[in-house]
Design a protein around this ligand. Structure first.
Ligand code: UDP
Length: 313
């Protein structure tokens, strides 16, 4: 296949490029480096099947030749990042989604949209199945991400209904692993950095809020299956690890795994921070035969090892 991946230099995007290249496909990567990094894809340039274009997807996109598949993965995804770039985040997941859908229509390509567990907002249903419509504050600080993703899902389905485009939506729950930016503000990079530096780990609120953390390799396997499966046009899939932990449990785990002498410091909880989050992955299990394999313990070990290398002077 000839595959276009937006957000190619990002954490998930770069792993996706790698996977599609490994499977023998041709990959064209797009990224404007707003939150992605050239370092994430530097090693891919020696592959003749990889092309990279530094580009902002909120502009009209022209790609020469055919395309079989488009994966729209561009977008700041850390709450800190999207709150620093609120308007651009909204543009990437409105104009950028429109542009990439238009391109998919033009090329007759299959389309995969990277959505998020944030479409469920602060959920009142637990765990969250794909059939839950969510509980999102439309004007809060997180709305720039949540509502843009929701708009993009609606637009993706509109292209499916009106133009019969073969679309699929993945709702990605908290994912972690090598190539996350150490300072991207998300909880796992923050905790690992703080633990390795011997600083106190910053737990927001009392740490009783929960998240379910999926290791990057598991997530990529899920996305690859959604992108390549037959007979799932117009469907949405939760992808995430259903093992749920409180943030305080996570902090203690990171301290133990790193062997750090760090303590814990409790700070103010961000506005509209969801209280709990855990995917119901029954649908992905049944239709794709997919479920995560890497435990939080093992995934954290691998991630810590990677961050240790990155932080070496
Ligand atoms: N969090 C924390 N300390 C940090 C960063 C995040 O306690 O240094 C908490 C945050 O309040 C949230 C959870 O960890 O409850 C996950 O936050 P993250 O930014 O990783 O992503 P989210 O799941 O909120 O999108």
């Amino acid at each position: 296949m000839r595959v276009l991946i937006t957000g190619a230099a990002g954490f998930i995007g770069s792993h996706l490029c790698e996977r599609f290249l490994k499977e023998g496909h041709e990959v064209i990567g797009l990224d404007n480096f707003l939150t992605g990094k050239p370092d994430n894809i530097a090693h891919l340039f020696e592959n003749p099947r990889f092309t990279f274009i530094k580009y902002d997807v909120t502009n009209f996109i022209y790609i020469k030749g055919n395309l079989d598949l488009i994966l729209h993965f561009a977008c700041p995804a850390s709450p800190v990042d999207y709150m620093n770039h609120p308007i651009h985040t909204m543009k990437v997941d409105s104009i950028g989604t429109l542009n990439t859908l238009g391109l998919a229509k033009e090329k007759g390509a299959r389309y995969v949209f990277a959505s998020t567990s944030e479409v469920y907002g602060n959920p009142t249903v637990h765990p969250q199945p794909e059939t839950y419509w969510g509980n999102v504050n439309p004007i809060g600080p997180r709305s720039v991400y949540d509502e843009a993703k929701r708009f993009s899902e609606a637009l993706t389905m509109a292209y499916h209904r009106e133009h019969h485009l073969d679309v699929r939506i993945v709702r990605i729950f908290n994912t972690y692993g090598p190539r996350m930016r150490i300072n991207d503000g998300r909880v796992i990079p923050n905790f690992i950095y703080q633990a390795l530096k011997g600083e106190d780990l910053t737990v927001y609120g009392d740490g009783t809020q929960t998240r379910s953390f999926c290791y990057i390799d598991d997530l990529i396997e899920g996305v690859y299956r959604v992108a390549t499966a037959e007979g799932i046009e117009g469907e949405v899939f939760n992808l995430g690890n259903p093992e749920e932990f409180t943030i305080l449990e996570l902090a203690r785990k990171v301290i133990r795994i790193t062997g750090s002498g760090s303590g814990i410091r409790f700070l103010k909880r961000p506005v509209d921070d969801p209280d709990r989050r855990k995917p119901d992955i029954t649908k992905a299990k049944e239709k794709l035969g997919w479920e995560p394999k890497v435990s939080l313990e093992e995934g954290l070990r691998r991630t810590v090892e990677w961050f240790r290398e990155v932080l070496k002077p």
